[in-house]
Design a protein around this ligand. Structure first.
Ligand code: PRP
Ligand code: MG
Length: 175
C-alpha cells in the first residue's frame, strides 16, 4: 500500500492501554471510521490495490464487515459474509479455531461463493491469524480462490502470518 495510506491509518488509530485486559494495548480504529474524508480515502486506497483482480470481497464478522461492504461497492463486486457460529441459516460450512483461551467458530454459506471466484478476504486486525486462517479454509472449501488477505493492522509480535503460509497478506500498518 502507498505510504500515504499507511500514514492516514496511523494518524487515526487510537491506542488504549489495558483494554480489554491489563497489559494489553488496544488499537482502536473507530476514530478512522468516524472521520468521513479519512474513511473514504481508506476505502479508495484499498480498492486501488485490487481493482480488476478480485470478483468478491469476504468480510469477517464483525469488524471486517465495516470495511468489506464499502470496499465491495467501490470495486463493483459482491460481498461475502463470513460469520460467527450460529448466525447464518444452513447449509453452512464451519471451521473451529483456537483462541488464546478456548475456541471459536466461523461459518460461511458455500452457495454465496462461485467456483473459481477470486476472493479478497478483509479484516481490521491480524493478530494470531486464527480468524484469517479459518476464513481462508471456508472460502477455499466453498470453491473460491483466495487472492489475498487485506488487513488494516497487523500485530507482528503475534506471528499471525505463519498461520497464513502460502497466502498473500497485505497489511496497511504493521506494529
Ligand atoms: C478481532 C479482530 C480480528 C481478530 C484477529 O475480532 O477483529 O477479526 O480478532 O485475531 P486473530 O488474528 O488472533 O484471530 P474479534 O473476534 O475480537 O471480534 P469482532 O471483530 O467481532 O470485534
Ligand atoms: Mg474480528
Amino acid at each position: 500500500f502507498p505510504v500515504e495510506l499507511t500514514d492516514l491509518v496511523r494518524e487515526h488509530v487510537r491506542e488504549i492501554p489495558d483494554f480489554p485486559a491489563p497489559g494489553v494495548l488496544f488499537r482502536d480504529i473507530t476514530p478512522l471510521l468516524a472521520d468521513g474524508p479519512a474513511f473514504g480515502a481508506l476505502v479508495r486506497g484499498l480498492a486501488d490495490k485490487y481493482r480488476g483482480h478480485v470478483d468478491a470481497v469476504a468480510g469477517l464478522e464483525s469488524r471486517g464487515f465495516i470495511l468489506a461492504a464499502p470496499l465491495a461497492l467501490e470495486l463493483g463486486v459482491g460481498m461475502i459474509t463470513v460469520r460467527k457460529a450460529g448466525r447464518l441459516p444452513g447449509p453452512v460450512v464451519g471451521v473451529d479455531y483456537a483462541l488464546e483461551y478456548g475456541t471459536a467458530r466461523m461459518e460461511l454459506r458455500p452457495d454465496t461463493v462461485t467456483e473459481g471466484q477470486r476472493v479478497l478476504i478483509i479484516d481490521d486486525v491480524l493478530a494470531t491469524g486464527g480468524t484469517g486462517a479459518a476464513a481462508v479454509q471456508l472460502v477455499e472449501r466453498s470453491g473460491g480462490e483466495v487472492v489475498a488477505l487485506a488487513m488494516l493492522l497487523e500485530l507482528a509480535a503475534l506471528s499471525g502470518r505463519t498461520k497464513l503460509d502460502g497466502h498473500r497478506v497485505d497489511s496497511v500498518l504493521i506494529y
